[in-house]
Design a protein around this ligand. Sequence first.
Ligand code: NAP
Length: 484
Amino acid sequence: MVSRVIPVDPFDLVIFGGTGDLARRKILPGLFRRFCSGQMPGEATIVGAARSEMDDDSYRTFVREAIVEFGGGRHCEDGTLDEFLKHIGYVTIDARGTGGWDDLAGRMRDGIVRAFYFSVAPALFGDIAERLHNYGLATPESRIVVEKPFGKNLETARALNKTLAQHFDETQIYRIDHYLGKETVQNLMAVRFGNMLFEPLWNSQYVDHIQITVAETVGVGGRGGYYDTSGAMRDMVQNHLMQLLCLIAMEPPARFEPDAVRDEKLKVIRALEPVDYHHIVRGQYGATDTQPGYRDHVENPRSTTESFVALKCHISNWRWAGTPFYLRTGKRLKSRSSEIVVVFKDTPHSIFEEDAGRHRNVLAIQLQPNEGITLGVTIKEPGPGGMRLIDVPLDMTFADALGPEAEEVPDAYERLIMDVIRGNQTLFMRGDEVEAAWAWTDPIIEGWTRRGEVPKPYDSGSTGPDDALMLMHRDGRKWREIRS
Ligand code: NAP
């Protein structure tokens, strides 16, 4: 199978926070891979911007080291990396200062796509937007890419939307959620809306329930200070899990166009019922022999911030009334795995003997570590000895289907950056979506604070607190095993 690479138009891309962790690990190596694939054109320029004193050459050395470390190792020997580095420049800029902006303006070319990636702390988003405007860098054709977190509640998200709107039109703002850039997430839309097979069954009449799990093995790492003011609900549920929920639950848009898709996602969020607090479990990971527990990690012995959350929610519309959606995410769990699981109902009547077993179809969409989709179907166990039923997976794992080409599938960041250059907002969150998501999340968090709730401890390397298992067991269901 040969995938087509369509080069994007020439562009100027400025990465504010060009010396930061995200730029080093994801943005710069991603751009390099797009360069290697032929998608980034020869006329493109990339300018890093941050406070550190560097010139073009020393930044190129920084970029080279980032790519050698995080670029996957390929193409580095044959001169391609040297070619790529010719497109790189650097400007020393303080987002809150005045120096460097004229230099940056002088490097921008007229008549081509101009994109500004805000890979800095959210507190700087407004300062940068304002200066881009004041120094004449914000042209009608320019775009800004805004990293998460987008606010920490409805009020702050609204304020941020308002600030950005003073200088940029909504069509110029790309709020990035890298989960949406994953191949499988887009494949989810292809599976749902490109096949006759699934859509007629995609409703409460045939679907028993849906599970979305985003499990991490890492703890809070070096982000303890930030994380303790955020927690799993704000850091993961309000954005990544909500976006996945939207894509799995939305109505078919009339066309695969940015606002058509985002309108349907917004309707899902607005149809979410408030969550009963009996249907939410929060947890904090404990220490192991070698690693500290959550509270030690964030250096806050009385912290009530959750590193795990599981909840059951409902969508009040014709399609989903009565179908529960179970969401869970946490740190220091047994494996790194992100998966959406659609569990179909039992057949209305079994024609087989009781001991043949009863089985349900399960569609599992795995986002990481490997991307792929499997459909569990029930067949007869081969061989003599009567009619016994077993479940076998129909496996649509991309690595198998695409062979060596699977390695060429762009990672989420590189795909999304190319979408920015192409001007395609389909996989980016609109301002009203983000606000609607906070409007649903805020009361949950406020409820925890009001009731003085303390998260339940759970063992590192486990599946979270036992109460999360009970959340399902009470309903006669169980979580799909977190597998790597
Ligand atoms: P980081 O490692 O702390 O880097 C911050 C960057 O901002 C550095 O390049 C820093 O360089 C620059 N900076 C700080 N203050 C500045 C100022 N006043 N003016 C200009 N530049 C300034 O942060 P990060 O992890 O890369 O994260 C960047 C953004 O992406 C944050 O919003 C974060 O929430 C988001 N994000 C990160 C990840 C990730 O995996 N890292 C994932 C999702 C979202 P100087 O100190 O040289 O100025």
